[in-house]
Design a binder for this molecule. Structure first.
Ligand SMILES: [Zn+2]
Ligand SMILES: [Zn+2]
Length: 278
């Protein structure tokens, strides 16, 4: 399996970091987790178009994780053969969110159906809402959902993907909790969104301070990884943006984890089979 950090950014606009999205390639399925700002451009850089995805899985409905899902849906629809199903999985609330998105796209859908003789139906979306503990399939890959703690964002989910003795956990946003620990246990790689609490605390902006109470700090992510005995901790959703100059500070903050710590710019890839980072 491969983990591709398509977008390592956060809601804070930054020209070099697309919004949160992670691609898991199992060898037979391409699965997109979250669809943040610029995701379709980053997919293209990874040599993929949305029509090559087997589905999208959402961790939660915060705007930074879903704001470019409309682009994924539209581009899949116009580039895949007419009538191709597209699966979208997420927590409760996803169906209403997608319905709203369909309404938002109504004019464009009408224009394109009117213009192209071979395009005669709107995007064929198969939307599935899942609960913690549920198992579902994207492409040929089974995925398990688990609860995360990102309150007041509720529900929010993490996911575990297992194939050929390898396992990847997508932790999403949130603070450490027992159900995340359960999901992470013994995984080959654990992908966690992180913020640097030391940096946030140094900025005198009350709205920014609020993000501390529902995101894992780098140290908390490292502690979760260590408790879970995972082989690799993959950091993403960097607040503030990661740079070559500051990478050693992030590594220092993650020092309670004794395994491989992976971080880097957009498109950083971990081959879970070989544990090689590229
Ligand atoms: Zn969030
Ligand atoms: Zn986020």
């Amino acid at each position: 399996m491969k983990i591709v950090l398509l977008g390592t950014g956060s809601p804070i606009p930054n020209p070099d970091n697309a919004g949160p999205s992670t691609l898991i390639q199992t060898g037979t399925s391409n699965i997109l987790f979250d669809a943040g700002r610029g995701v379709v451009m980053r997919l293209a850089k990874a040599q993929l178009i949305p029509a090559m995805l087997h589905g999208v899985v959402l961790t939660h409905l915060h705007s930074d994780h879903v704001c470019d899902l409309n682009d994924v849906i539209t581009t899949q629809w116009v580039m895949a053969p007419s009538g191709t199903n597209f699966k979208i999985v997420g927590p409760v609330g996803t169906k209403a969110f997608i319905e709203g998105m369909r309404e938002m796209l109504q004019a464009d859908v009408g224009y394109r159906i009117g213009h192209h003789a071979d395009l005669n139906e709107p995007p064929k979306l198969e939307v599935l809402e899942v609960l913690p503990g549920d198992k579902f399939t994207i492409g040929d890959q089974e995925i398990i959902a688990g609860a995360t703690d990102h309150r007041p964002v509720d529900p929010s989910l993490g996911y575990r993907i297992e194939k050929d003795g390898e396992s990847v956990v997508i932790g999403g946003d949130g603070v450490p909790c027992a159900t995340l620990d359960e999901l992470v246990k013994g995984a080959s790689a654990y992908v966690q969104t992180v913020i640097r609490d030391d940096w946030v605390k140094s900025i005198p902006n009350p709205r920014l301070q609020d993000i501390l109470d529902y995101h894992s700090s780098v140290a908390q992510a490292a502690d979760t990884a260590q408790r879970g005995g995972v082989k690799a901790l993959v950091l993403t959703h960097f607040v503030p943006p990661l740079s070559k100059e500051t990478e050693h500070e992030w590594r220092e903050l993650a020092s309670s984890f004794s395994g491989l710590v992976v971080m880097g710019p957009d498109l950083t890839t971990l081959d879970v089979t070989t544990m090689v980072v590229s």
